[in-house]
Each structure stands twice: as C-alpha cells, then as structure tokens.
Write a protein that binds this ligand. Structure first.
Ligand code: 7TS
Length: 403
C-alpha cells in the first residue's frame, strides 16, 4: 500500500527487490517528506524566530506549523506542550535531567517495566544512582503482557515516576497505558510514556490517556532522523528548569543572571533542527493522508499473516503475544539451529532487511533466556509478497543449517 510513495523501495539489494522489514529501527521516507526538506533548503532556508527578513519569517512559519501538526496529531491541549528534541532518547533524557533532577529525592521510587528499551532505562538508572532512589520493574507474565495485578503493590506512596513503553520494540506488546496512568495518578506518581514504537502505528490521544509526558521518535514514523518530540503537560513544563541553555531559550541575559523564554522555546536551546522538524510535519501529513485506521488495519493483516506462516514452520519460537488484539507488527523470533545473525545475512542475500541482536533491550533478552533474536517489523508499504519472501528465506536458512 502506498509503495510508490517510497523511492527507496525501487532499489535492488544483491540483485533482488528490496524487502524492508526493519521498520522498528527506522521507517523509510515517503517522497513528500524528502521533497518538504529539499524545498526548505532550496527555497526557504534561514534561521528561525530571529529575523525580520522574508526567508526567516517563512522558515519560522514552517517550523511552527510542524508544531501545530504534532499538537493535532496527538491531541495535545496547547501547542506549547510540544517540544522538539533530537529523538525519543533525548526527550526522555530531557525529562530525567530537568523534572527528575528537581523532583527525585533519596528513598523515592521510579517504576519501569521489564520490557523497556535502554533509552527508557539507562537515564533513570543514572538518576537513581545519583539521587539514592530505587528502580522497580513491572514484571511480564507468560503471555508477554505486563502483570497488572502487581501494580497495586508496586506503586507506593514513594513512587514519584512510572515510566514505560507504550509498545515493546521486542515483543510488540501494546501496554494498557491508560489503566497504568490512572493507577499511578491515584497514588500521586507522574507518568512518562515512551511512544517511540506507537507513533505512526496506532492513534495517540495524550489528553485521553492522561499522560504527564509522552515521547515520539520522528524517524520511526516516516520522518527524518534527528528529530523527536516531548509532549509534557503545560503546568509541568512551566515548572521545569531549562534542559540546555544558551541562545533561543532566554528572555533576557545579564552578566550574572538570565531569565527564560516562554514555552516551548525555554526547552529548545540553540538553533533548532529546522529542516527535520519540517520533514516530521510532512510525515504527519502523509500518515493523515493514509489514515491511521487504514495503517492499523493493514499492519494487522500483515502481522496476522506472518504469525500464521511462522507458526507453520517447526522450530520457530516467537517472543510476544499470540493475539493480534494486544500486539502490533514487531515480531521477534528465533529459528532453532540458525543463529539470528546468520539468518539475517542469508535474508540480506535475498534483499530482505531484518534486525538481529538484543534490540537495545538486554535485560529483557536475559529474561527471555537468549542473547539475541531476529526481528521483522512492518510498516504501511509491506505487502503479502514481502512476507512470502521472508518465509521462503527463513525456510531456506533452516534447510541450510539443519540438514
Ligand atoms: N524507545 C523505544 C521503545 C524504542 O524502540 C527506541 C528505538 C527508542 C526508545 C529510542 O529511539 P531513538 O529514536 O531515540 O533512537 N528502538 C530501536 C529499535 O528497536 N531498533 O533500533 C532502534
């Protein structure tokens, strides 16, 4: 679907048609995103918020226009609640080093889950060590979902932050974040949702969810690399100190002291990543044009087909929920007797791109009892014939290794 919008899909890899199944790492970019960025550099390039001249005004309008698109896309109440960052990782670090630094004290607890990407684990580890706080984890059950029955016990009066992924980048599990947010708020804890794998796959309504912070990764939702989003509730962002400081984030500067700009610019120091933010705006235009319902239905069909076909191959172990209801098309698996790395090389020879390794979730892989898995992940442009090629390639690798 919409394949003709993605120029890279015309490429041949090792003489074969490219079958790109590494979308959880990064998605390919549609023509309108590439054109939006080229158009900016060819016709409008200037720095923003600081020029009277025409180009600067145009650039500012385009950049701030992208903010409006993100606001609408996740249904934030105010445009000031949308902060552009370099990615999901920086958005989480921003919260840790501003809100976390101000609010986490000795003896406090930070609750994460056993399925976090390193980006939503390591920054909290560093903060907890520095502050003398404790990290706790919501465990997984045997169906690869979070053990919600443990929540009541795990969230205590000492819990200051519950930070969890909306969708696991390994298991594909969609977490019931709305329920978890409610449980956390009941006990006075804040909640950060890492939406890196949700953006562009399922619809996100931050007001309905009630999240305090929500994080997006632009390049995983058809946008360029180097841009991400931090959504934060206005009253929380207003009370947060700056993350980085320097140009753009100040109102007034004296030799000894400075005052801060209004939101969102208080949290966007230095010259912004203007072209990439505009590219992200174009990516949102693309997703809106396709429609998130169509994206979801398409990816669900593809995922169910893959799960069915993988299930027919003996010796395949899938790590993730069986049902299509509480998972998306991120499928990690191992084929008995075939090291994941070799599987990926054999598939690459056939033009098929998957990812192998720990997918930046080492503790989770330790829990799974494996060092690495193979992972196929899907996007709007994947077709049934992509899946047929994948399944054929896996069967070929098994035959090669196991006969
Ligand atoms: N959170 C989750 C759940 C992720 O999957 C990723 C990236 C990140 C945070 C970090 O995003 P970034 O844009 O700042 O890098 N996940 C993956 C992956 O699964 N394979 O490559 C990157």
């Amino acid at each position: 679907m919409f394949n003709s919008n993605f120029p890279i899909l015309k490429r041949k890899i090792n003489g074969r048609r490219l079958v790109y199944l590494d979308n959880a790492s990064t998605t390919q970019k549609p023509q309108n995103v590439i054109l939006a960025m080229t158009d900016f550099y060819e016709h409008h390039n200037a720095n923003i918020h600081r020029g009277i001249h025409t180009l600067s005004q145009e650039a500012t309008q385009m950049y701030e226009g992208a903010r409006d698109k993100v606001q609408k896309f996740i249904n934030a109440k105010y445009r000031e609640e949308i902060i552009f960052t370099s990615g999901a990782t920086e958005a989480i670090n921003l919260v840790v080093w501003t809100w976390g630094h101000e609010n986490i004290k000795r003896g406090d607890e930070i609750l994460l889950t056993e399925m976090e990407h390193h980006s939503n684990l390591v920054p909290w580890q560093i903060l907890a060590r520095k502050k003398g706080a404790k990290l706790k984890f919501i465990p997984l059950n045997e169906t690869w979902n979070l053990k919600l029955e443990t929540l009541n016990k795990l969230i205590t009066r000492r819990t200051k932050m519950v930070a969890l992924t909306h969708i696991s980048n390994v298991l594909g599990t969609i977490n019931p974040v709305e329920k978890i947010i409610k449980a956390a708020h009941k006990k006075g804890a804040m909640v950060l949702i890492d939406g890196a794998q949700a953006g562009g796959h399922i619809s996100v309504d931050v007001q309905k969810l009630g999240a305090d912070f929500y994080v997006l990764s632009g390049h995983k939702m058809y946008g360029p690399t180097g841009v991400g989003v931090l959504y934060g509730r206005k009253e929380i962002l207003e009370n947060m100190p700056p993350y980085q400081s320097g140009g753009h984030m100040i109102r007034s500067v004296d030799w000894q002291n400075s005052t801060w700009n209004d939101l969102p610019w208080k949290l966007e120091a230095g010259t912004a990543n203007i072209a990439d933010v505009i590219g992200l705006g174009a990516a949102i235009d693309f997703i809106n044009k396709v429609g998130l319902r169509a994206v979801k239905n398409h990816e669900l069909r593809i995922m169910n087909y893959v799960l069915r076909e993988l299930g027919k191959i003996s010796g395949i172990e899938i790590y993730g929920p069986e049902s299509g209801k509480d998972r998306i098309g991120v499928i990690s698996f191992n084929a008995a007797g075939v090291p994941p790395h070799d599987l990926a090389s054999i598939l690459d020879q056939r033009g098929i791109a998957i990812r192998t390794g720990h997918h930046c979730a080492m503790p989770l892989h330790r829990k799974l009892g494996v060092e690495s898995t193979a992972r196929a992940s899907f996007a709007i442009y994947n077709t049934k014939s992509d899946i047929d090629a994948l399944i054929k390639g896996i069967k070929y690798a098994i035959q090669l290794f196991c006969s």
